[in-house]
Ligand binder design. Structure first.
Ligand SMILES: *Cc1c(COP(=O)(O)O)cnc(C)c1O
Length: 560
């Protein structure tokens, strides 16, 4: 660009009309560009993208910074090209907890970007600080924490929340650990169905993943509290100290919900018996916490007129979610069911004073905070600079209101119920393996004899070889669904549930395909088409499996 005017690359400093119009034109170009790529009957945006075998290597070879800058409308054209073939949240986007960013969520981000405050300190980012305090109070009140005692902040994901929960847990055990480092006898607990975030946190804190004890799950994927007690006691008797329990509410695959009330009571009683402090309990409510919007819904009056089965499902979820307030800390991943863009995770602690355990001393923060001016300095976060993502969260909370979230979540649940019914009727060989978990997720599994072998697997009646054979069949379905994901995009998991083998030589994980209702555009009227598509893919999978089985038999004959 000749005579590049550097200031033209920025919004104005005086609010003049000319620069505003230019900015709005550019935003319009992006929005119109995305709209032109949309196709509600497919999953991906239009446009082609040649992703050959060496796609990323070729990008590395060809990507260099241009010497001269390009006009912004031309840069926009480049940006829009990135979106060609991108997955988009149409009615057939059914894969995982990857939501569409709502309009208020996007506008909140835009607001934050317009002033670009640093959420580290209210002197630098007063808007972020204000929004953060407000959303922490709102969500505390929702789950039954006392907003005048609780605290929290936005962070890097549900994983970041689990990590900070662990930092607090360790320092609660012994505040000198901050300086002396971690001893090797501290242990953390979570269920076999928990997210791998805790595993990673154990590695990163130096406690080591050997000190993470996995607790068995029940058939509904919730933690087996009897097994938790037994394993905690084993640890204590061997000289260990249980410091942290992550209760998953709900799991990312099966939507199993740990019973926090039982976990709190059992761990309290056990540690009291040995004169120890109860471990810090973190509710990993990254995904499921949003169902707390139903905690004070009037189920008897049902003012939003949810259907009977939907209402029953929501009531069952609420039975578990009402105990969230018993956790010492928890998380709301707004980038999941909160309908805001990445990354907008909110970490909450019941007692704001817990954050002091992981805070810095004033003399360790020489250029921010601890001045006569400024009252809000987040020196306890693992990040230093932080984006003002709470502004986006606030925007969504104000725009949806409790009622908006209830309606959206209820729609997801209603579609999922309709899917389960139609699938069972039309494709009985697809066995639903999380039947007792209402919510947004259905896991289904195929069996080579086309019968329901799930109960036998759960009861430990199947040999390792038999389970692995069924897993292989299911993996073939994963491949076929993955290949055709442009039309409908499903998820899958290789760790639905661990079951004992008939020969009792260790537990084996079950594979299952997954339908995750996450798009606001998926409605009950779409279920027939979704099941129809699945039916075809399942037929194809059986045919492919039978061909393979035949070949292997031939091969065995030759070997014999
Ligand atoms: C998504 C998820 C996480 C991880 O959250 P990120 O925001 O991806 O870091 C942890 N736990 C559960 C239960 C989740 O669903």
């Amino acid at each position: 660009m000749e005579n590049l005017n550097i200031r033209a690359l920025f919004p104005s400093d005086d609010g003049n009309l000319q620069q505003r119009d230019y900015f709005i034109e550019l935003v319009k170009q992006i929005v119109e560009g995305v709209d032109a790529l949309k196709d509600p009957e497919a999953v991906n945006l239009k446009g082609t993208k040649e992703r050959g075998q060496h796609f990323y290597r070729e990008l590395t070879a060809s990507s260099r910074i241009p010497d001269g800058g390009r006009p912004l409308d031309q840069v926009n054209v480049e940006l829009l090209k990135l979106l060609h073939g991108h997955p988009y949240h149409t009615k057939y986007f059914l894969t995982n907890i990857l939501p569409m960013a709502s309009t208020p969520g996007i506008l909140g981000m835009l607001t934050a970007f317009m002033v670009n405050g640093n959420n580290l300190w209210d002197v630098y980012g007063p808007a972020g600080a204000e929004a953060e305090v407000r959303v922490v109070a709102m969500m505390s009140d929702l789950i039954g924490y006392n907003p005048s005692e609780s605290g929290g902040y936005t962070t890097w994901g549900g994983q970041g929340a689990i990590f900070t929960g662990l930092r607090i847990a360790v320092n609660k055990h012994d505040a000198s650990i901050k300086k002396a480092g971690v001893p090797h006898n501290l242990f953390a607990f979570c269920s076999e169905a928990a997210h791998y975030s805790l595993f990673k946190s154990m590695e990163a804190t130096g406690l080591g993943t050997n000190n993470l004890i996995k607790v068995r799950t029940r058939e509904d994927s919730s933690m087996d509290v009897g097994d938790l007690e037994a394993k905690m006691e084993q640890v204590i008797l061997r000289g260990g100290v249980p410091v942290y329990i992550v209760a998953t509410t709900a799991t990312t695959d099966a939507m199993g919900i740990d019973n926090i009330e039982e976990i709190a009571a059992a761990s309290e009683a056990l540690t009291a018996k040995y004169g120890m402090r109860r471990p810090h309990i973190h509710a990993d409510s990254a995904l499921g916490g949003f169902f707390a919007f139903f905690n004070d819904y009037d189920f008897a009056g049902n003012p939003l007129q949810f259907e009977e089965e939907t209402l029953a499902a929501l009531a069952a979820i609420r039975e578990r979610m009402q105990h969230l307030r018993l956790a010492d800390s928890l998380c709301f991943d707004f980038q999941k069911l909160g309908q805001t863009p990445y990354s907008t995770s909110l970490f909450l602690v019941k007692q704001a004073s817990d954050l002091k355990l992981v805070d810095l001393e004033p003399d360790e923060t020489p250029y921010v905070g601890h001045r006569g001016y400024g009252d809000y300095h987040t020196s306890y976060t693992l990040e230093c600079s932080r984006m003002g993502s709470s502004i986006s969260i606030l925007s969504a909370l104000l725009a949806f209101g409790a009622e908006g979230y209830r309606k959206l979540l209820a729609q997801f649940v209603e579609v999922n119920i309709a899917f389960r019914k139609t699938l069972s009727a039309e494709v009985p060989e697809a066995v639903i393996v999380n039947p007792n978990n209402p919510g947004l997720i259905t896991l289904f599994r195929l069996y080579t004899d086309r019968k329901n072998g799930y109960a036998a697997e759960c009861e430990g009646l199947r040999t390792k070889r038999e389970i692995e054979r069924e897993n292989r069949l299911n993996e073939m379905l994963f491949e076929i669904l993955g290949r055709d994901r442009e039309k409908m995009f499903f998820g899958d998991t290789k760790k639905h549930l661990y079951v004992p083998t008939a020969e009792r030589n260790g537990d084996v994980a079950l594979y299952a395909s997954k339908l995750f209702v996450i798009s606001p555009y998926t409605q009950t009227s779409d279920v027939a088409a979704i099941v129809d598509f699945l039916k075809q893919k399942i037929t194809e999978t059986y045919a492919a499996y039978e061909r393979l089985a035949m070949k292997e038999k031939e091969h065995e004959k030759i070997l014999v």
